[in-house]
Design a protein. Structure first.
Length: 368
């Protein structure tokens, strides 16, 4: 192309509007599936490491047959649409920065805190400050829908040696630290196990007006599924979704138990360990007690040197009732270590490591 031709395709500098930039986003497109018409927006960057990988709104009052090829999505800009679906992508660097802020919020108790995203699993590990040597621990993080909101739950906390804090209180400590650190905007502590947050309204307020559309009705947005991955973490939401989440027994027990034993969890969250132990003695000592109450009681008793015999009884009873319950293995193993019974402790940790490997819990398998 000649220089003259090139000059014809570029407006003179004096004629170009100052500050004008090309569109940041591709134009919206109409989508059709399940006899619903959607306005799809595609990827929308919201900040460093945060991306709306996909977003679609349902167009109401559409009649069929519908000529999707002959219609433009922009014709619905002034219409009050409904929330359709959303895919929120968080890259690993963003998550690790959030973990650093959580660590800063509880560094008087925790010396090291790390998070690992495995396929279909979010696993954490760290070290507790301890008078002797740092005490290693691991935990898992799971997600459950709570109406339009989401619960991020710290559960299956395991200790691998003498520690200054009960494992059950460590979960509450991490949840409170996450809320204080603002690692998730507008989050609030949920029980003694984590935080609750409702991300969809804020995300839509950021993304939809940028495209010139009205904010949709969003009261039926629900968490549909969670996808940890090798480079990013995804939260998928959809209208009236039935959550397609893995039925992890430990997570379900934790959520159900937190709802069933709110009084005990409030005591635990406040750090009133003596009152929490008394509560769970009433609700978790019997062999047919709820497994959540049994595990809570076990972790509280295991932290007291003068309650070792009762803690051992609870651990063995829990293992008979639920052979795969990790708490029964690590709690008894740490108690055996404290008594100098290293051989039996080693056997229990070996069994625990084997259980962890079958579940893909690499950090837990390594620590055990």
């Amino acid at each position: 192309m000649s220089q003259d031709a090139e000059r014809k395709t570029v407006a003179p500098e004096s004629e170009a509007p100052r500050g004008e930039s090309p569109p940041r986003f591709p134009p919206p497109q109409l989508r059709l599936h399940d006899r619903q018409v959607y306005v799809g927006f595609g990827a929308t960057p919201l900040g460093e490491g945060l991306l709306l990988a996909d977003l679609a709104l349902i167009v109401p009052e559409v009649t069929f047959p519908f000529d999707i090829a002959g219609s433009a999505a922009t014709r619905y800009q002034k219409k009050k649409c409904r929330f359709g679906y959303l895919d929120l992508q968080l890259d690993h660097a963003l998550l690790h920065r959030a973990v650093e802020r959580i660590h800063e919020a509880c560094d008087e108790h925790i010396a090291v805190l790390r998070l690992h995203l495995r396929p279909n699993l979010m696993e954490g590990e760290g070290l507790l400050h301890s008078p002797g040597k740092p005490a290693p621990f691991t935990f898992r993080v799971g997600f459950q829908p709570e109406g339009t909101a989401v619960i991020a739950c710290v559960y299956d906390v395991r200790l691998y040696g003498p520690a200054p804090l009960p494992a059950s209180f460590l979960a509450a400590l991490l949840g409170r630290a996450a809320a204080r650190a603002g690692s998730v905007p507008d989050s609030k502590p949920w029980g003694a196990v984590g935080i609750g947050f409702d991300p969809v309204p804020a995300l839509l307020r950021k993304a939809v007006p940028l495209r010139g559309f009205r904010l949709p009705e969003m009261g039926d947005a629900r968490l549909a599924r969670v996808e940890p991955g090798p480079s990013a973490f995804h939260l998928h939401f959809a209208a009236n979704a039935r959550a397609d989440l893995s039925l992890d027994e430990g997570l379900l027990t934790c959520i159900e138990g937190s709802r069933s034993f709110k009084q005990g969890e409030k005591l635990l969250a406040k750090g009133d360990l003596a009152a929490a132990e008394a509560f769970y003695l009433r609700h978790g000592e019997a062999p047919d007690s709820h497994p959540f109450a049994q595990e809570r009681l076990l972790t509280l008793l295991a932290a007291r040197p003068d309650a070792q015999d009762l803690a051992l009884d609870v651990a063995q009873g829990l293992r008979r009732a639920r052979p795969g319950a990790a708490a029964s293995y690590w709690a008894e193993a740490t108690l055996r270590l404290a008594r100098g019974e290293r051989r039996r402790a080693g056997e229990l940790f070996l069994e625990l490591a084997q259980i962890a490997r079958t579940r893909g819990e690499e950090a837990a398998a390594f620590q055990a």
